[in-house]
Write a protein of this length. Structure first.
Lengths: 321, 525
C-alpha cells in the first residue's frame, strides 16, 4: 500500500517537472545569440528574403507568443517540424533511438558488469599492490577524454592494423539481413563500445571496490564468515548485495543519459544515433529538433530516476517505509 | 600468441582489400560529408549536405562549376542554348530533346516551368534570383521563355550559380500533387534526370547513387557514388591516409603546413582551386574612427600581405592587391591598387588624423571578428598583430557562425574578415558596395558608384560595362570600405590516378555544378 502511494507520488511529480523543463529549454534556446533565419535562408539571402523567412517560421512573433504557441503545440503531443527537413521532430528522434540504445546500452551493461566484478574482486584485499594498481588504472581510464581515446582506437585498429571498421553501423556492401547483418553491426560496434566502456568502467570499479570493502568490514560479515560459509558466498551473496546500492544510483544517473550521453563517441565514429543528430542540429540551429531532443532527454532522466528509486525499494526495503 | 592472432587477422584483412581491387569491382567514389542531408529535396531549403546528392541526381536549366575561375559564367545543362530579347526582358531557352527522367518520362519545358513556378510561389531559397521573373511561358515542349520584370544582364549567370544549390529541375508528373517540394514519396527517393540515379538512403548512414546508363550526355565513368557522413575531420583524414577514401574534399582540408610533405607523396595529388571570392576585411564606416578615410588608409598601409601569407598560409595563398580576384580575368582593373605596406606612413597618417599614441602607447581600440572559417581565423590573428605594431589596440573576438552573421547584418562590428564575391557576373559589386546593398555591412555609400553600378547592371554593352566596373574598383580602393587581402583558395586531396574532379581543371565546365561528379575518371577508365 505504502509502496503504491510512493510510486504514484513519484509518477505525479513528472507533470510539473516536464512543464518546467519545456519552459527552461525554450528560454535557453531563445536567449542564445545568433539568427537562425540567416542559416535557413542560405548563401545568397538578402534582407527582404530574410524577413520573409522569419515570417514563414514565426520567428518574427514576440517572444511570449512564440513560447505560448510552443506550449500549446507540445501539449497536443506535437514536437513540431524540423526547420531544415520539414519533417516531424518526433519521427526524426524515434528513428535514431535504436542505434543509440544499442551502442550506449551495450557499453553500459558491459561496464557495469565488468566494473563491478573487478571492483568486488579487488575489494577482498584493500591496500594490496593489485588493489593500488587496479585503482590507479581505473582513475587513469576515467580521466581519458573519450574522443581522444576513440581516435587512438581508430588509428590503431583501422589504420595501423586494419582489422575493424572505423565508422558507421554497417558496411557499404554488407548483408542487409540475417546473421551476417548482425555480425556486421557487431563488428562496427567493437570500437565505439570499447571507447565508451573504457571511460566508464573505471567508475564502477572504484565504486564497487569501496562499497564492497566497507560492507566486508561490517559485523554481520564476520558472523557469516564465522558460521563457515565459503568465501565466494560471503562475497557475492552477502557483501555484494548490500554494496550494490551506490552502483545502482550511478547506473540510474547514467541510464538517464543513455540516449544522449554519447555525442562525442557518435561523432567520432559516425554512429547514426541521437547524439550525432543533436550535434548537427545545434550547429544548424534547428531549434525544434534541439528542443525536442532536450525534452526527450529530460524525460528519460526523470524516468531513469523513477526506475532507480523503484529498484532501490526492491533492493533495500527501508526505502519504501 | 595474441600478437600472432593479430598479425594473422591483419594479413587476412589486407588480402581481402587486395582481392577486392583486383576483381575489377565497380568504380565507387566515397564522398565524405561533415553531416547528413536533412532531406533529398534540395530545392526547398538551404541544406548543405543535400547539395551533393541533389546535384548529381537532378539536372539544371543552366549550370556553372569551378570553371568559373577560367571565365565560364554559365553553360547549358538541360538548355542547349539561350537568347536574350533586345530589350533584355525575355530569355528564351532551347532544351535538349533526348533527355529522360530516371523513370523514363521525357524532360520538357513544362517541367522547367512547373519547378520555377513552385519555387517562386513557395518562396524557396532560389527565389532570391527568380524574384525578377514575371512570367514563365512554354512556347513548345522544348522551348521555355522567362519574362523578367527588369532587364538584368547577370540573370543567367546568377541562375546558374543558384542552380548549383537549390534550383534543380523536378519532374512535374511526380510532384504536381504535392504542396511544394516538402513531402511525398520522392522527398527522400528523388527521381531526376541527372547522370546518377538514386539507389538508397540509409538514415544516419550513406546515400548511394549509381550511374545512369541512359544519361543523355553518355553514361558517367563512375559506377557508384556514395555520400558518407563523417563529422570528425581527423577520422576522415585517417581514412584517406589508409587509402580507403580516394578524395578528401576541401571541408576536410589539411593544415597548409603539411602540404609540402603531402606533395612529396607520389600517391597523393594536392589540388588548389581558386574561386570568385576573396578573403578581405570589411571596415565599419558607421563607427569612429573608422569613418575617417585617413584612418582606413593607415590601416591599409599597416597590412603586410606577404608576412600574413607566410604566417597564416605557409606562403601558399595568392595575395590580392586589386579590388577583385585573379579568376575575374579581364574584369580586373589592374591599375586600381590597394595601398602598399608602409608602417611609417601608417603611423604618420594616424598622427595627422588626430589619433596620436597615448601614454600607454595605444592610439585607439578596435575589435576584429572573423567568421567561423579556418582561413579567416588564421589571417585575423596576424592582422591583429600588424595593427598593434602601428599603435592600434586590436583584439580578436570570435563567435559561432550564426551569431557572427547576425552581428554583420546588424552592422555590429569594427573590422570583420569577409568573403567578397566578384562573379559570376561583376554585378556582384552592387551587393557589396552600393548604398543599401544586401551585403554592404560597412554602411558604405557613394553616389557615383551607385549610379554607375545601376546602369552597368542592365547594360549589355561589354565595353561600357568594363569601363563602369573599372571605375567602381577605382572608387573602392580609394575610399576603402573594405581591404582585399587574398584570393580565396581551396585545398583538396586526391589519390593518384583519379581525375576529372570538379575542383581541378580536367573537370571544369563539365562537372555540372560545384558538387557534380559527372566528369570524374576512376583509375584505369
Amino acid at each position: 500500500m505504502r509502496l503504491r502511494r510512493y510510486v504514484l507520488l513519484r509518477v505525479l511529480q513528472f507533470v510539473p517537472v516536464t512543464f518546467v523543463v519545456i519552459v527552461l529549454n525554450f528560454l535557453l534556446i531563445h536567449l542564445a545569440p545568433g539568427d537562425i533565419s540567416l542559416l535557413l535562408a542560405g548563401e545568397n539571402a538578402d534582407p527582404a528574403y530574410l524577413a520573409l523567412v522569419r515570417e514563414k517560421f514565426g520567428l518574427d512573433k514576440p517572444f511570449l507568443e512564440q513560447l505560448w504557441r510552443y506550449l500549446i503545440q507540445i501539449g497536443s503531443g506535437d514536437l513540431g517540424l524540423s526547420f531544415r527537413s520539414r519533417q516531424p521532430v518526433l519521427d526524426e528522434i524515434l528513428e535514431k533511438v535504436p542505434a543509440t540504445l544499442l551502442l550506449v546500452g551495450t557499453s553500459l551493461t558491459l561496464s557495469v558488469a565488468i566494473g563491478t566484478w573487478i571492483g568486488t574482486w579487488i575489494a577482498r584485499r584493500p591496500g594490496s599492490t593489485l588493489d593500488s594498481a587496479v585503482s590507479f588504472a581505473a582513475v587513469a581510464l576515467f580521466s581519458v577524454p573519450v574522443f581522444w581515446f576513440g581516435l587512438m582506437l581508430i588509428l590503431l585498429f583501422t589504420v595501423e592494423i586494419p582489422i575493424l571498421p572505423a565508422m558507421g553501423m554497417t558496411s557499404l556492401d554488407g548483408p542487409r539481413s540475417g546473421p551476417g547483418y548482425i555480425l556486421d553491426i557487431a563488428r562496427h560496434m567493437v570500437l565505439p563500445v570499447a571507447a565508451l566502456m573504457t571511460v566508464s568502467v573505471g567508475q564502477y570499479v572504484r565504486l564497487a571496490r569501496t562499497s564492497v570493502a566497507d560492507v566486508l568490514g561490517e559485523h554481520f560479515i564476520t558472523t557469516v564468515r564465522a558460521i563457515g560459509f565459503p568465501e565466494r558466498t560471503v562475497l557475492h551473496h552477502y557483501a555484494l548485495r548490500n554494496a550494490l546500492l551506490p552502483v545502482v544510483t550511478v547506473l540510474g544517473l547514467q541510464l538517464g543519459l543513455v540516449l544522449t550521453g554519447a555525442v562525442l563517441t557518435e561523432t567520432v565514429f559516425s554512429w547514426p544515433g541521437l547524439g550525432r543528430m543533436i550535434y548537427e542540429a545545434i550547429l544548424a540551429r534547428d531549434t525544434p529538433v534541439i528542443m525536442g531532443a532536450f525534452i526527450v532527454m529530460s524525460l528519460t532522466v526523470a524516468l531513469a530516476s523513477l526506475i532507480t528509486d523503484l529498484v532501490y525499494a526492491a533492493l533495500d526495503p527501508r526505502v519504501a517505509l | 600468441m595474441n600478437s600472432r592472432i593479430l598479425a594473422l587477422a591483419a594479413a587476412g584483412a589486407l588480402m581481402l582489400i587486395g582481392t577486392a581491387f583486383a576483381q575489377g569491382q565497380p568504380a565507387t567514389l566515397v564522398v565524405p560529408q561533415t553531416g547528413e542531408p536533412k532531406t533529398l529535396s534540395p530545392n526547398m531549403a538551404s541544406d548543405s549536405h543535400a547539395f551533393g546528392p541533389g546535384s548529381n541526381v537532378y539536372s539544371h536549366l543552366v549550370a556553372l562549376d569551378w570553371g568559373i575561375v577560367k571565365g565560364t559564367t554559365a553553360y547549358g545543362d538541360l538548355a542547349e542554348s539561350w537568347t536574350t530579347s533586345a530589350d533584355g526582358k525575355a530569355v528564351t531557352f532551347k532544351l535538349h530533346k533526348n533527355v529522360k527522367f530516371h523513370d523514363g518520362k521525357p524532360v520538357t519545358a513544362h517541367d522547367v516551368k512547373f519547378t520555377y513556378d513552385t519555387i517562386i510561389r513557395k518562396k524557396y531559397p532560389s527565389f532570391v534570383v527568380l524574384k525578377n521573373v514575371r512570367e514563365i511561358a512554354v512556347a513548345d515542349d522544348h522551348t521555355v521563355v522567362l519574362h523578367l520584370t527588369d532587364p538584368e544582364t547577370g540573370f543567367v549567370p546568377m541562375l546558374a550559380q543558384v542552380s548549383t544549390w537549390t534550383a534543380k529541375i523536378y519532374p512535374k508528373h511526380l510532384w504536381e500533387g504535392q504542396d511544394g517540394f516538402e513531402g511525398g514519396p520522392h522527398l527522400n527517393a528523388p527521381i531526376g534526370s541527372g547522370p546518377f540515379k538514386f539507389v538508397r538512403w540509409e538514415k544516419g548512414g550513406v546515400v548511394e547513387l549509381e550511374a545512369n546508363p541512359d544519361y543523355f550526355r553518355g553514361r558517367p565513368k563512375l559506377d557508384r557514388l556514395i555520400y558518407r557522413p563523417m563529422a570528425d575531420i581527423n577520422v576522415a583524414r585517417a581514412e584517406f591516409d589508409a587509402g580507403r577514401l580516394h578524395y578528401l574534399p576541401y571541408d576536410y582540408a589539411p593544415p597548409l603546413a603539411e602540404v609540402p610533405a603531402l606533395k612529396r607523396n607520389q600517391n597523393i595529388k594536392v589540388v588548389f582551386t581558386p574561386s570568385h571570392f576573396s578573403r578581405d576585411i570589411q571596415l565599419n564606416l558607421a563607427r569612429p574612427p573608422l569613418d575617417k578615410r585617413e584612418v582606413r588608409l593607415a590601416i591599409a598601409h599597416a597590412i603586410d600581405r606577404e608576412a600574413m601569407n607566410k604566417l597564416a598560409f605557409n606562403g601558399l595563398w595568392t595575395p590580392a592587391i586589386h579590388a577583385s580576384v585573379e579568376s575575374q580575368g579581364e574584369w580586373i582593373n589592374r591599375s586600381a591598387k590597394f595601398p602598399e605596406h608602409d608602417k611609417a606612413k601608417a603611423e604618420k597618417l594616424l598622427d595627422e588624423a588626430g589619433l596620436p599614441r597615448k601614454a600607454d602607447g595605444w592610439r585607439f581600440a578596435v575589435t576584429v571578428t572573423p567568421p567561423n572559417f579556418v582561413d579567416c581565423k588564421a589571417m585575423m590573428e596576424v592582422l591583429v598583430q600588424q595593427l598593434r605594431q602601428v599603435g592600434i589596440n586590436a583584439k580578436l573576438e570570435q563567435f559561432d557562425q550564426a551569431t557572427w552573421f547576425r552581428r554583420q547584418f546588424e552592422k555590429n562590428f569594427d573590422i570583420s574578415c569577409y568573403f567578397t564575391r566578384y562573379g559570376p557576373d561583376p554585378d556582384a559589386f552592387r551587393e557589396h558596395f552600393a548604398t543599401g546593398g544586401g551585403r554592404n555591412f560597412q554602411s558604405f555609400s557613394n553616389k557615383e558608384l551607385d549610379e554607375i553600378a545601376a546602369k552597368a547592371s542592365v547594360s549589355r554593352d561589354r565595353a561600357e560595362r568594363k569601363k563602369a566596373y573599372d571605375r567602381i574598383q577605382e572608387i573602392v580602393v580609394s575610399e576603402l570600405p573594405y581591404i582585399n587581402l587574398f584570393n580565396e583558395q581551396k585545398t583538396t586531396l586526391l589519390r593518384a590516378g583519379w581525375d576529372g574532379f570538379n575542383i581541378e581543371e580536367s573537370g571544369f565546365d563539365k562537372s555540372l555544378t560545384w558538387f557534380g561528379f559527372y566528369a570524374v575518371k576512376p583509375p584505369g577508365r
